[in-house]
Design a protein around this ligand. Structure first.
Ligand code: ATR
Length: 273
């Protein structure tokens, strides 16, 4: 059996083993997928050992995505731009390849699962950390009219805007500078959600018909989704679909088979309730 897994610290809450087990049984792949808790200073040793012993591929989650980028012999363009690797695989040439499927996961969830489209839309991204950096290139590939990155620490948003300036029309601001602007998509990539907190946002930033997407998910609505619903968003979504879609893209990279994601999204949603 081909061996795969997810590496992180912490890892016990990861849904990836259930997601990949569902994909494998649906597409009849002969594989196992385990969760590995690795010490914070032990990623390189673990990954080397995993591949030396015949492992085929790894997903990588916090805090190891940057180390995975260093570990890979060859990184895809999107992983280099994202600054992080969430998918490793060993090639026929025994080289370790690194990729990043987070951005494609989010865009597939919005565009395929929910029939959204970014072309010519005004997009606001909240936050300027690793999670946001991971999705910017794929978002800009969708050709929005404009994408603004707003962050508490404005300099970090400015750094990201200049890093991605070659990918499309992108700007940076603080939260209070947004007053007067209106957006069709607002995507929350701040870690504030994890504490049930919200960046200070004026509800007037939502254009009529605006969609609000939280890259995080919890049981029930996140704080950002509650805010969006209370102020009349046309659609509010959490990041559970993104989680399953990024997993599906990793699965495709490893197995060259595309699983059907919708039943798996429903299954994981059921596990949360
Ligand atoms: P991640 O890899 O999850 O993106 P990160 O790189 O530490 O984590 O980035 C966290 C992001 O959440 C940053 O944009 C951070 O804002 P700052 O750059 O100003 O620190 C944002 N964030 C975290 N807590 C926040 C809060 N309570 N309000 C607003 N933004 C917050």
């Amino acid at each position: 059996m081909d061996r795969y897994g997810v590496v992180g610290n912490p890892i016990e809450h990861s849904k990836s083993p259930q997601i990949h087990a569902a994909f494998a049984s649906q597409t009849r792949q002969n594989m196992v997928y385990d969760a590995f808790l690795v010490p914070k200073d032990g990623f390189g040793d673990f990954a080397q050992n995993f591949f030396n012993k015949g492992g085929r591929g790894l997903n990588v989650t916090l805090p190891f995505k940057l180390q995975a980028r260093q570990f890979a012999d060859v990184c895809s363009g999107r992983a280099r731009k994202a600054g992080a690797v969430n998918t490793l695989l060993i090639g026929k040439d025994n080289k370790i390849y690194g990729d990043n499927t987070d951005g494609i996961g989010m865009v597939r969830d919005i565009c395929k699962n929910h029939q959204g489209q970014f072309r010519d839309k005004r997009v606001l991204v909240l936050g300027a950390g690793g999670a946001v950096r991971g999705v910017l290139e794929v978002l800009l590939d969708e050709k929005p009219a404009h994408l603004n990155i707003a962050n508490r620490t404005v300099e970090k948003a400015e750094q990201l805007a200049s890093l991605f300036a070659d990918c499309g029309p992108v700007s940076a601001s603080g939260y209070t500078d947004l007053d007067g602007g209106q957006f069709d998509f607002i995507i929350n990539g701040t870690a504030a959600s994890l504490q049930g907190a919200l960046p200070p946002l004026a509800p007037t930033i939502m254009a009529p018909g605006a969609w609000c997407y939280d890259m995080m998910y919890t049981r029930g609505d996140t704080a950002f989704m509650s805010w969006a619903k209370a102020h009349g968003a046309a659609k509010t979504l959490d990041g559970l679909g993104m989680l399953v879609e990024q997993a599906a893209e990793s699965f495709f990279i490893w197995r060259n088979v595309r699983p059907d994601t919708l039943p798996v999204i429903h299954m994981i949603r059921e596990l949360l309730t």
